[in-house]
Design a protein around this ligand. Structure first.
Ligand code: ADP
Length: 258
């Protein structure tokens, strides 16, 4: 994969919701951004600044009212099978076992039983769910269900993965463990990831760049390059440089919120 390929390109994208009686909400206001192949880009910003709407637009679950979105140079007109999503609520199928959940996408793509098995096994291992292959989701903890969700998204082999606060509902320890697993998976797979979070440390641990959004107008305030070398681990959070970056992001968000 060529790292100079623009996987996602947003050109002056806006989304205005008409609420009737002359009232309207500008959910996304003139956002332009390029995300390159194999980048891990995090989006942070105050609640209501348009982060989720942006992901919905890129997933083609909603449409810009102006501007254009290109996926690998092609204008986006219909949901693209090369784009996968992980949301905060679990999207695991409750009636399928862990293995069947993870195998669902590869099965749908018509791969052979042997290939499906191989893919399912490799992701079950990657997210540490060995021994739980035949378990149903309701018997799993929140963190384990989220692992199934992440494994399922990667098993679909999307080129682009959109993640909307996927770990937002988890306790701090489980969240850190999943961040570490996501780092490891991404080191192996190098997908193009766009990851929304309100957790600044999460953005800095995971991201190669952090897009800082602001409210009113709901647009990009700035984009920061994250210089920390990979492979990363969570000890990174204790370094002085990391804390400087965290402080810088915090200041940006709080100054813009004043
Ligand atoms: P974030 O994810 O950053 O919290 P959202 O993208 O969810 O922000 O929302 C951005 C703004 O757009 C908010 O003011 C929200 O209320 C508004 N909004 C989002 N979706 C709709 C919708 N379907 N109809 C009307 N307003 C919406």
């Amino acid at each position: 994969m060529n790292n100079n390929v623009e996987m996602i390109k947003l050109e002056h994208v806006s989304r205005v919701y008409d609420l009737g009686k002359g009232s309207r909400v500008v959910a996304v206001d003139d956002v332009s951004l390029s995300v390159y192949a194999e980048e891990f880009v995090c989006i942070v910003g105050p609640s209501g600044c348009g982060k989720s709407t942006l992901l919905y637009l890129i997933a083609c679950l909603d449409f810009p009212t102006s501007g254009q979105i290109l996926i690998e140079g092609q204008p986006l007109r219909a949901p693209n099978p090369r784009v996968g999503m992980v949301f905060q609520p679990d999207s695991v199928f409750p009636w399928l076992t862990v293995r069947r959940n993870i195998a669902f996408g590869p099965e749908l793509r018509g791969l052979s039983a042997e290939q499906v098995d191989q893919i399912a096994n490799s992701y079950i291992r990657m997210v540490g769910l060995e021994g739980f292959e035949d378990t149903l989701p309701r018997q799993l903890s929140g963190g384990m269900k989220k692992r199934v969700d992440v494994a399922r998204a990667f098993a679909n082999n999307p080129e682009i993965l959109l993640m909307d606060e996927p770990f937002g509902a988890l306790d701090a320890m489980t969240k850190e463990r999943l961040q570490l697993e996501l780092l490891r998976i991404w080191d192996n797979e190098r997908k193009t990831v766009l990851f929304v979070t309100h957790d600044l440390e999460e953005a800095l641990v995971l991201g190669s760049r952090v897009v800082v959004m602001e409210r009113a107008p709901n647009t990009i305030q700035t984009v920061i390059d994250v210089p920390f070398e990979r492979p990363r681990d969570l000890l990174l959070k204790t370094s002085a440089e990391f804390q400087q970056y965290r402080r810088m992001l915090w200041d940006m968000l709080h100054v813009s919120a004043r």
